[in-house]
Design a protein around this ligand. Structure first.
Ligand code: URA
Length: 256
């Protein structure tokens, strides 16, 4: 398509879009908006389904929907129908979980990044690869066929926040009933809280450097806060503490 834009103006417009959060091209094929504009607008049709009530309390609605889910499939479907979280509108996929739901260990991360958003599974990017290696070192794999040697993994948020920004408190609050139900249905022996956001959601506090390695209780289960693998990629010297935490997890699983 020909335009009168000079190079500098085109670049400035592109930078402006990136500042607004458009960090990826969504469509595979270009769309000629001029041709589209020439077509008559479709006639407005009255909606046949009532739009979600804007006055509803998002947390109360999340609680009702989550508690109504009888199994993990229904919980995923309930999340798919939950309209209050704006993040869903910018995400490509709902990222629900991966691994073995029967596993004794359930890992709870923060939110999908770009790779997870594209693939639709948690922890598949660089941080996820490190996480796989870490848990493999104590004999736990997400693709293990036996529940004993497996882990199950999810995130506090099932949708990618724009530009991987931290989730906001109201977004965490909306998702908490779903996470609680997720833990109830999977019923692991222990949960691992990966990083500050996961501690914020599960324990109501942050400060991972202080919290890590000390067993606590979250979602009604024994919970171990650990450094997030993304943090370990940036701070490899902290792998020593992460290894100590993995050994603590292993001891707990083998313990009486
Ligand atoms: N970081 C997370 O906390 N979760 C993911 O799924 C990926 C990166």
């Amino acid at each position: 398509m020909e335009t009168d834009l000079d190079h500098a103006t085109a670049l400035a417009l592109l930078e402006w879009q990136i500042e607004l959060g458009a960090d990826e091209a969504i469509g595979d094929a270009p769309v000629d908006r001029y041709a589209l504009a020439a077509k008559p607008a479709p006639e407005k049709v009255a909606p046949t389904v009532a739009p979600p009530s804007v006055s509803a309390d998002p947390v109360a609605e999340a609680k009702a929907m989550a508690e109504g889910a009888a199994d993990l499939g229904s919980l995923k479907a309930a999340l798919g129908m939950y309209e209050h979280c704006e993040l869903r509108r910018g995400a490509r996929n709902l990222v629900f979980a991966d691994g073995q739901p029967e596993a004794r260990v359930m890992i709870i991360g923060e939110a999908p990044g770009r790779d997870e958003d594209r693939v639709g599974k948690p922890f598949v990017g660089r941080a996820g690869q490190l996480l796989n290696l870490m848990f493999d070192a104590i004999g736990l794999r997400r693709d293990s066929e036996t529940a004993e040697a497996a882990f199950y993994i999810t995130n506090v948020l099932p949708w990618r926040p724009p530009q991987n920004r931290d989730p906001k408190p109201d977004e965490i609050a909306m998702m908490l009933p779903f996470v609680q139900r997720h833990v109830d249905l999977a019923n692991p022996d222990v949960v691992v809280l990966m990083g500050n956001i996961s501690c914020q959601a599960g324990l109501g506090k942050r400060g991972i450097t202080r919290l890590r390695g000390t067993w606590a209780e979250a979602y009604g289960k024994p919970a171990l806060p650990m450094f997030h693998p993304a943090y370990l990629l940036r701070n490899p010297q902290a792998k020593r503490e992460a290894w100590a935490d993995l050994l603590s997890l292993q001891a707990r699983l083998e313990g009486p």
